[in-house]
Design a binder for this molecule. Structure first.
Ligand code: SAH
Length: 349
């Protein structure tokens, strides 16, 4: 790079009003901002020259000042069950992954919110990457657009759901994640219903309360995995900083404000949490928080201590929870043959 070259601003970091200010400053009509904004978000163009209703000189001005830091799907892998995993290259060369999960009724996009993760959950492959940086709103948005296009192309079906369950902890990239959801749900963006979006978190109590105060309209899922502090802290070190009681307190606050149940994600591991003591603790915890439970199948990341429990243990969990009137789903995992399943995203390919 030439030393004098000025780093151009990512235009999608600007609000529509800021783009308007820019146009006014160069003597252009303010209404151009709306047109440009539409090209950038709704139409997801990758280049200023695709903005055909903007004059050539104005496009040149835009190019002088700004860049469109569009993501690039570097590699796409397809699983035998239909799941697609994208390795997504960011403008600075870093890579994240996102996944398209097809079922009979849905096309779901599982997207990343950070490059790597800072949380050190012992069972998760992404944890081994460490956190490199937060994703910008447009980088999160672009992952959704890429999967939406793949859904249309390969399955001839529209995108129906989005889960923030890829790499990273969304609540530790709060502002950008919320901005991305704002654009995904806005008529100026993808116009999707927030009811079809789920944010999954390890559970950061302060930020869960913040979500409730911000009156968000999307769904919340919490990766619980154990309702006993001692064992949860062993798998998820964040539990030492904010324990289960604090978490429950924040979730009660969430329910009070939103009136929407949360989903607990829960993996049952052999000899770790596959006993009745853990199942009963979970049932008791669910009694305190308006919730339902998704028991998810573990996708081994190595042959270490964390291995999937026997099916009989899952039945035991189901029985104990259902006896207490708790809704429980047992979920099979998808995309395992391409390392696209939960917790397997680690930029291996
Ligand atoms: N940081 C967020 C989102 C990413 S993880 C969170 O923790 O919720 C998405 C889900 O996959 C979480 O429930 C996580 O606990 C789970 N997970 C992680 N590794 C897994 C693995 N190897 N097999 C199955 N689920 C896993």
């Amino acid at each position: 790079m030439i030393a004098t070259e000025v780093k151009k601003r990512d235009i999608r970091q600007l609000t529509q009003d800021e783009i308007k200010d820019f146009f006014v400053s160069i003597g252009e009509k303010p209404f151009r901002a709306k047109q440009v904004y539409e090209w950038l978000w709704k139409k997801s163009v990758k280049d200023f020259d695709q903005m055909t209703n903007i004059s050539l000189p104005t496009r040149e001005k835009l190019k002088e000042h700004f860049a469109i830091n569009h993501i690039k799907v570097d590699e796409m892998q397809r699983s035998s069950d239909g799941t697609i995993k994208n390795a997504v290259k960011l403008h600075d060369g870093l890579v994240v992954e996102s996944v398209l999960i097809p079922t009979d009724t849905r096309i779901t996009a599982c997207i990343s919110s950070q490059v790597g993760c800072s949380l050190d959950c012992n069972f998760c492959a992404t944890a081994r990457l460490k956190r490199m940086r937060n994703l910008n709103p447009d980088e999160i948005y672009d992952q959704v657009v890429a999967i939406k296009e793949e859904g249309e192309h390969y399955f001839n079906r529209p995108l129906t759901n989005i889960v923030y369950m890829g790499m990273g902890e969304p609540l530790l990239n709060y502002k950008n994640v919320l901005k991305s959801i704002e654009m995904i749900t806005s008529p100026e963006g993808l116009g999707m219903s927030p009811k079809r979006i789920t944010l999954s978190t390890v559970g950061v109590p302060k930020m869960i309360k913040q979500l409730a105060d911000d009156e968000v309209k999307f769904n919340l899922a919490v990766s619980l995995h154990s309702a006993i502090d001692e064992s949860r802290s062993r798998m998820m070190p964040i539990n030492e900083r904010s324990n289960l009681a604090e978490l429950a307190d924040s979730l009660q606050y969430w329910y009070q404000k939103t009136k929407r149940k949360i989903t607990f994600e829960y993996v049952v591991w052999r000899n770790i949490n596959d006993d009745e003591k853990h199942a009963k603790a979970l049932a008791k915890y669910c009694g305190k928080v308006a919730s339902k439970v998704n028991i998810i199948e573990y996708n081994p990341i190595d042959d270490g201590e964390f291995q999937q429990a026997d099916p009989a243990k899952l039945d035991m969990y189901k029985r104990i929870l259902e006896e207490k009137g708790i809704i429980v789903n047992v979920r099979r995992s998808r995309g395992k043959d391409i390392d696209a399943a939960c917790g397997q995203l680690a930029n291996k390919s």
